[in-house]
Design a protein around this ligand. Sequence first.
Ligand SMILES: Cc1cc2nc3c(=O)[nH]c(=O)nc-3n(C[C@H](O)[C@H](O)[C@H](O)COP(=O)(O)O)c2cc1C
Length: 152
Amino acid sequence: MKTLLFVSHAISENTRHLEQSALRGIDIHRGDVTLIAKPARDVIAADILSCTGILIATTENIGYMAGLTKDMFDRTYNDLLGKTDGLPAAFYIRAGLDGTATNHALTAIANGLNWRLVQPPLILKGAYDTAFENDVYHLSASLVAGLDAGIF
Ligand SMILES: Cc1cc2nc3c(=O)[nH]c(=O)nc-3n(C[C@H](O)[C@H](O)[C@H](O)COP(=O)(O)O)c2cc1C
């Protein structure tokens, strides 16, 4: 059984809209892939060890990924090392101002764990634009469709 783990940190109306767009994209294109959606604070290492692919959604706050997203990695990183090599991954960052630091940090973590970023990082920067929802829809749909087709 293939599973997509969607780790979401949605703390505002806008980020909940993005989350809903991701869920729509996954639902419509998931084929035989099972979705497991969890807020970052509830994710444990076993969730990541057992998934076929991972989608991470975070905000950028005070120049870094959201604390609860970082906390997930703090709690799981050592248990994942060497055991999730090649895991297909994608992420999107809602950043009111910038997003660069979060992108660098998430990319470094993904590289450290030897994950495979199968979509370019999506940074949703600046004033909220409903077009972001379409971007998130397509990112999520591409990831899950690729998992379903066995491309990733
Ligand atoms: C305390 C605080 C710190 C923030 N720091 C950053 C930051 O360092 N970089 C950035 O791009 N956005 C920053 N933001 C904006 C958030 O990324 C943005 O508010 C969040 O992603 C939710 O999006 P929304 O405001 O469209 O709902 C900050 C917001 C708050 C409240």
